[in-house]
Write a protein that binds this ligand. Sequence first.
Ligand SMILES: Nc1ncnc2c1ncn2[C@@H]1O[C@H](COP(=O)(O)OP(=O)(O)OP(=O)(O)O)[C@@H](O)[C@H]1O
Length: 373
Amino acid sequence: MAFSPLFCCGKGLDRNERKKKQPTWRVFSLKELHAATNNFNYDNKLGEGGFGSVYWGQLWDGSQIAVKRLKVWSNKADMEFAVEVEILARVRHKNLLSLRGYCAEGQERLIIYDYMPNLSLLSHLHGQHSAECLLDWNRRINIAIGSAEGIAYLHHHSTPHIIHRDVKASNVLLDSNFVAQVADFGFAKLIPDGATHVTTRVKGTLGYLAPEYAMLGKASESCDVYSFGILLLELASGKKPIEKVNVTQKRTIVDWALPIACEGKFNELVDPKLNGKYVEDELKRVILVALLCAHTQPERRPTMLEVLELLKGESKEKIAKLENDELFKNPIPADKKESSTGTAEETSDAIVEEKRVKDELKVETEPAIVEQI
Ligand SMILES: Nc1ncnc2c1ncn2[C@@H]1O[C@H](COP(=O)(O)OP(=O)(O)OP(=O)(O)O)[C@@H](O)[C@H]1O
């Protein structure tokens, strides 16, 4: 089947917008990508995700690229490919990983991005770069604000609005200046105007999934807010979203952090790798915002615009209100809570395999892209 993009560049935008949003991407040939990646050499491989492998490459002009190559061709994978290309082509923001182009020849499907030399946040917090301690407090705060800006853009400034659905540390990439670039829109959903949520198959990563999304498949912007809260806690504490406490028990990062935050012992939550070098007020803000984002009730979570305002500390009044939120008054001690983590998968990175909750969509008018997912 020949690849037919779901979009036509610029479609749906008014004339002014179209002028502003000139395409900065192009179609690549397979031959060019073979040359850039040394025939997809194993040594060029940056990593592997659900969609396929990602390779480093260099184009004839010397610029560095990351090439995501679809693993196995199928109609479903082809659709995910089209979704990612469609969404990436629409959005341009300093904190969202930009599309450089795509290639669709025969059964080969490839997406080309700018290469991010500092790789993912995950690799700095828990992976290959964690020993180097390159993320000082200032960088962490900038990453928190930058990724919040990227997600806020998807939720509030793109048309139609976009829910990312897989906000997590491996999807926050870092450029040469450690500026955050939110990546991986393969799971994203477009929200039609006027709809509050779409009901969908559950996709995402354990540890980051909002409870109402995991259980009922209700995807809305507030699911991304929940995942962002987990990401913030991870960034401040250096802990994983789900950790083993002993052979049989696991604990979520929220169950660990909330009681400590309620006692006001914020310094016990900070990543020990920072050796005490952090700004106390900022740490407190990050933790309080994170925990509010990860509230079990979606209606209690802030919007990403509110998150940004709080993280930047722009309104003293709102910070004071946040500190006095009911959430921080009467926490249920972790040991009195029914364990929500006993059945968690071995690794927080396990992908939830299309737990089909309700496959139909609850919206009346949807763009083609939503109908086809
Ligand atoms: N533009 C890029 N620059 C540098 N490294 C990248 C880039 N894009 C992806 N990577 C690396 O390639 C790896 C695989 O990325 P990919 O997005 O396919 O999967 P993932 O996010 O790790 O997992 P999943 O697909 O399961 O969500 C990531 O760990 C990331 O570090």
